[in-house]
Design a protein around this ligand. Structure first.
Ligand code: AMP
Ligand code: MG
Length: 314
């Protein structure tokens, strides 16, 4: 724990990320409850270990439906719907490709194009069969794998925020490594400078009672023969998404929305993404491009201060 003014900060490493909780009073036992809750949810949702509810669905692919807990079922239902939106780059059945690339893990490789083509056939979200009565999920083809890596943190951030509210906490920040959720006003959140020092910032986002989620291609990647391969895959090609964007930040009330829209808008690129955002007044975004431009959707729900002079506002 460290104290800066009246802020008490607690940290842990969970879900392979540094987790930070900030409170306005020293409450070690509340922090322990928050970290315990995160761990419990990670145990349900992870695909980076042999056992979890999601892994039990994956293990039964092509064989039989698996009944799961209500939160896991609801999250899968939402993920399926978003994956089936017309032109969506979000696809929660991307698991076989994620596992083959191993980006950010030991043994990362550029797979042969023919293998990627074969794996793409296993990423059809229509082949995820849900049964509301049984609360069951069935992956209809052997080899299919669900991956909730793009939305698990957003979902967990919302659960933590609700838990803190139930505990009568009015001022708090939870940072799940890329997903920040805030209670109360006066929070400043750094926007990371891509491919730079871990502490370097493009600017600072100021919000009250909002979630701030960033997806960036600098978060997890490897380099081979002068090319960079990052962890957000294009479900149309099987290769990392390739467009003019470096990162997408979403400012919203719910962190699950933020986590979904970062991936969706990433796939749309700058012009498509801005047009789409125009129809979503409750969602705001900050886009950072390869040309070092920072594009703000509108600033009704946040303010942004540019700090780095290599970047400019468009
Ligand atoms: P995020 O950190 O929220 O940007 O999510 C990245 C993670 O989502 C990756 O590490 C994969 O586990 C998963 N993923 C990669 N590509 C996609 C995609 N096109 N749709 C959904 N999930 C993806
Ligand atoms: Mg995401």
């Amino acid at each position: 724990m460290q104290t800066e003014d009246r802020i008490y900060a607690y940290s842990a490493v969970l879900m392979g990320s540094p987790i930070l909780l900030k409170l306005f009073s020293d409450n070690q036992s509340l922090a322990a409850q928050v970290f315990g809750l995160i761990k419990q949810l990670e145990d349900l949702l992870t695909v980076n270990r042999p056992h979890s509810e999601v892994m039990s669905i994956n293990h039964a692919a092509g064989s039989h439906p698996v009944s799961v807990s209500e939160p896991v079922f609801n999250l899968i239902k939402r993920a399926r719907a978003v994956s089936l939106l017309p032109g969506s780059c979000f696809n929660f059945t991307i698991g076989p490709l994620v596992k083959r690339w191993k980006i950010g893990f030991h043994g990362d490789t550029v797979p042969p194009a023919s293998e990627l083509q074969a794996l793409l056939a296993l990423t059809d979200a229509h082949q995820v069969i849900l049964n509301e009565q049984e609360r069951s999920v069935w992956l209809a083809m052997a080899g299919m794998e669900i991956d909730l890596g793009a939305i698990a943190k957003g979902y967990i951030a919302d659960v933590i925020k609700n838990f803190l509210q139930q505990q009568q906490v009015t001022q708090a920040l939870i940072n799940l490594g890329g997903n920040v959720h805030t209670l109360g006003s006066g929070w400043s959140i750094g926007l990371k400078k891509p491919f730079s020092d871990p502490d370097a910032l493009i600017g600072v986002i100021e919000v009250a009672n909002k979630s701030v989620v960033t997806s960036g291609i600098y978060e997890r990647y490897f380099e081979r023969e002068g090319r960079r391969y990052h962890h957000i895959l294009d479900p149309r090609t099987g290769y990392p998404l390739d467009n003019e964007l470096l990162s997408v930040t979403i400012i919203s009330d719910d962190s699950l929305d933020g986590d979904i829209y970062t991936t969706l808008i990433y796939g749309m690129g700058v012009e498509g993404g801005l047009a789409y955002l125009a129809g979503l007044p409750h969602i705001e975004a900050i886009l950072v491009t390869q040309a070092k431009e920072v594009i703000l959707s509108s600033q009704r729900q946040f303010s942004f201060r540019l700090l780095d002079d290599e970047y400019h506002l468009r």
